[in-house]
Each structure stands twice: as C-alpha cells, then as structure tokens.
Design a protein around this ligand. Structure first.
Ligand code: NAD
Length: 312
C-alpha cells in the first residue's frame, strides 16, 4: 500500500459515481471509497472489485494522501472535512468538487492549510453525462499555480478541461457565475420558444433560426427546452434525468448569497432564483430537469398567474 499515490473518493452519488469510475479505470492507483449510503459503496465495489471501501472519512485520509469529495451542499463538506482533519498531514491534498459557497470553500482551505496540507476547490460543469464520460470541466481555486499543476493530472482522469481560476474560492465563484447565467438563459430560451410557437412558428424552424442568429446559446442549441427539438435532451424524455430544479435552485441561492456579500444586485439572477426556488418545492417538478421551466408556462395557456410563472 502506498499512501502517497493512493486516492480517496467520498460521495458516490449521481456525479461521484461516474467520476470515481474514471479514476478506477484510468488512474492505476489504489482507490479508497466512502459514502454515508452503504448502497452506493456496495454498488461501486461490485462494479470495481479492486477498490477498497473505508468505514469513515478519517480512514480515507489515513490511507490516501489525495482525497476528493463530491457532496451535496456546504454543510456536508464541512462535516466531512471536520472528520478528515483528524487524520490529514502535510502530504495530504484535499480536492472538493461539490458546488458550495465560495466563502465556505475559503474557510475550509484555511483550516486545511493550518495543518500544512493543501486544499483545492474544483467544482465541475458537464453533468452526469460528463462525469460518466470523463469529459467534465473543472474550475479550480488553488493555493498557488504550482499547486494547481500538481493536481491537474489527477483531475484530467475525470475531465477534459481543467482551468486554473486563481486563489482558493475562485473555482466556486466561476461555477456560481456560470450557473446563474445558465438559469437565466434557460428561462429566456423557454420564453422565446413558447412565444414563437404560440404565434404559429414551427419549433424546429424557430430553434434553427435562433441557433444561427444572435440569440444562440447552450440552452438553445444543446439543451433546448421545447420537446423534440434536440434529440437526447431531457425535454425529449419528459424532462427526466439531467440537472434537477432542486440543484439549480441551490446554485442560484448560493449565487444570490455571494452577490449580497459583494454588494451586487443581479436583477435577472434574483428573478431566476425565485422561479427555480418555487419549482424546487413544487410537487412533480422538484426532481425534473431544470429545462422543465418551459412546461410551467406552456401549461398556463391563458396567461393565468401561477406561483412559478417566469415571475409574471
Ligand atoms: P447526489 O446527492 O447524487 O450525491 C451526493 C452523495 O454524497 C450521495 O451519495 C450521498 O449519500 C453522499 N453523502 C452525503 N453526505 C455525506 C457524508 N457526510 N459523507 C459521505 N457521503 C455523503 O449529488 P450529485 O448530483 O452527485 O451532486 C454532487 C455535487 O455536484 C453537488 O454539489 C451538485 O450541485 C454538484 N453538481 C451536480 C451536477 C448534476 O448534474 N447532478 C452537475 C454539476 C455539479
């Protein structure tokens, strides 16, 4: 057993499963895994019998110098880091890929570095498909450019683009800005597609015009919310799979909190946050893909006001 080269992975959920799978297949390093859900560990161990399940985060940091976390929210990462801090040493390298508050990422990094270990925030874009395929984009906040260089090859086993964003916390800043824009653009594309089709345009033709014009964006050309326009997009399978309204609502909440801390007031970001917060607590919508925001308005043909209705 070589602790210096071993990797520990904590959080084998929708994203973590695919990421750890790529490490198991490509890294040729010893891989230790942990999740509070024993079912997730069991499933992964069956698929990759060579991996070593651990009984707690402390054991992960004891057995592996490099520890990657992929957890739901700030408090989960804070809890796990509290446990990890009991067994890390100066050779430890902690990489958190969860989407959490930038201020929390900075605090965690300070605590880790007070023990002479290294900490990185490395949230991702690319979704479950990118996690499975190993094509994620990593946005990395690092203690130094040199430190970034050391972790880049590890992240490249799971991603196609690994970008240095600056000091600790800046990876989370990049992620929150991207997802705020994504939420806004998805609502915008939904409104444009709905207006056009209500005014008699063929949705496929309208999308092809937008995608060759100045309105084009990822929400229109890759993830169009009108059913059937983009084969394979969640809109073609009743908005199942993909990135849930709940997760988009969380990211927009984080973006709004960060904006408040920076005395910034993004008007459209706040509107998008309100719309997705409502979807996240609306039965039958909470777990649907975030492009299902299109359905809210299309189910509302008379322009009747609903709680979640593009803020109208
Ligand atoms: P998920 O809920 O599917 O997985 C989280 C995993 O963490 C679960 O298996 C859970 O059991 C485990 N966990 C929770 N608390 C734990 C603890 N204390 N110790 C150990 N394990 C614990 O979430 P996900 O969809 O994989 O997302 C993970 C993170 O990635 C989130 O921050 C999310 O915002 C972000 N993200 C998700 C997507 C996506 O498309 N799902 C895309 C980009 C980023």
């Amino acid at each position: 057993m070589d602790r210096q080269t071993a990797i520990g992975f904590i959080g084998l959920g929708q994203m973590g499963h695919g990421m750890a799978k790529n490490l198991a297949e490509k890294s040729k390093r010893e891989l230790y895994i942990y999740d509070v859900n024993p079912g997730a560990v069991e499933r992964f161990s069956k698929e990759y019998p060579g991996v070593k399940p651990a009984s707690c985060p402390e054991e992960i940091a004891e057995k592996a110098s490099t520890v990657i976390t992929m957890l739901p929210e700030s408090q989960h990462v804070q809890n796990v880091y509290q446990s990890l801090s009991k067994t890390i040493d100066e050779s430890s390298v902690l990489i958190d890929s969860s989407t959490i508050e930038a201020s929390v990422a900075r605090e965690l990094a300070e605590n880790v570095m007070s023990k002479k270990a290294k900490a990185f925030d490395a949230p991702v874009s690319g979704g479950i498909i990118g996690a499975e395929a190993g094509t994620l984009t990593f946005m990395v906040g690092a203690p130094s450019l040199e430190g970034f260089g050391a972790v880049k090859p590890i992240l490249e086993w799971m991603g196609r683009n690994v970008v240095y964003c600056g000091d600790n916390g800046t990876g989370q800043v990049a992620k929150l800005c991207n997802n705020m824009l994504l939420g806004i653009s998805m609502i915008g594309v939904s409104e444009a597609m709905l207006l056009g089709t209500r005014l008699g345009m063929d949705p496929h033709l309208l999308a092809s015009i937008i995608n060759a014009s100045s309105g084009r964006c990822w929400s229109s050309d890759t993830y169009n919310p009108h059913p059937g326009v983009i084969p394979g997009a969640p809109a073609t399978r009743n908005y199942t799979g993909g990135f849930s309204n709940k997760l988009m609502a969380k990211d927009l909440r984080l973006a709004m909190k960060a904006a408040q801390q920076a005395s910034n007031n993004p008007t459209l970001g706040a509107t998008a946050a309100q719309i997705y917060n409502e979807l996240a607590v609306t039965k039958d919508f909470d777990s649907l893909d975030f492009s299902s925001v299109y359905q809210v308005n299309s189910h509302n043909p008379q322009g009747k006001k609903t709680k979640a209705c593009f803020g109208h």
